[in-house]
Design a protein around this ligand. Sequence first.
Ligand code: NAI
Ligand code: MG
Length: 333
Amino acid sequence: MHLVTLIPGDGIGPEITQSVVDIFAAAQVPVQWDTHNAGETALAESGSLLPQGLYDSLERTKVGLKGPVTTPIGKGFKSVNITLRQKYDLYQNVRPAQTTPGIKTRFEGIDLVLFRENTEGLYAGLEMYDERLGIADSISRITVEGCRKICRAAFAYASKHGRKHVTMAHKGNILKNAGKLMLDAAKAAAAEFPEVTFYDDRIIDNMCMQLVGKPEQFDVIVTTNLFGDILSDLCAGLVGGLGVVSGANIGDDMAIFEAVHGSAPDIAGQGKANPTALLRSALMMLEHLGEKEHAARIEKALNETFLQKEQCTGDLGGKASTKEFTQFIIDKL
Ligand code: NAI
Ligand code: MG
């Protein structure tokens, strides 16, 4: 039995985490949940966006499944996600995007995995505002070690999963120093993993254009924090939207799995949310825990569900509620 910290989160978070809990129970997955909240719900309950009990749980279990959380803006709070990623050095944000039969997209044959650096860059938290001068500084700081770790992680993943091609996206033509750090780190990683036969790099703006023009040419992509944040939503748009793309925040001794999307306040509490993104994140978690067979069985039921549009949620053109979609998956297990 694996003990996992479950963070239901805000907005649609509780609806989609319940869906995963129900599917795991029906599939008799050997996971036991230790539930702790974070974000606005936690703030209302306990006066803290990140209660101590959640930290204690994560430090015990080393694995988390997290719903999206809302960080109140303009009230001086630091983002919950950034705090967790930095505190536990979850330096890899791994975000796969693939086309799936039954999910309508403009392209076919997309099967890529994005590696976003997760603790540095513009998200390092180096922010200053001089009210008198009317100047805001948001400093983007990256380190040789941070670049080395994320590039190495992308190539190690490619090597392990038999993927041959890694593309590094950067803005080295303008950001001379930061660009050079990433280029040097990617070249060093390419030399360390010669079985990944094809390495290239693209300037980020060109990368966006190529992704929306010919996305099937990409395999593994590695990039810094802000570019990765933007590229991952772009990739979500290529394969069916934010409702279907999963993610993992991975460090050397802890991992927190979560969807790419946020708390979707526009549809919260209405039974409209697609739980697929969180479910797929939970399946990544099962692989991480060595439970490949359970993951494969649930994935099969999920993929069969997509084949009939009326079984899908509204974002995929169907009419099913979150609960009905969940039940269709359970029926197929
Ligand atoms: P969002 O990702 O919550 O929503 C963007 C659009 O996608 C909305 O129209 C929403 O209805 C739709 N959508 C998202 N997930 C969906 C799902 N599972 N099924 C169907 N439709 C879905 O982004 P937004 O509106 O920019 O942010 C809302 C809040 O979420 C903010 O407070 C933000 O800070 C937070 N956020 C939290 C994240 C996290 O906890 N990992 C990540 C991104 C945003
Ligand atoms: Mg994002």
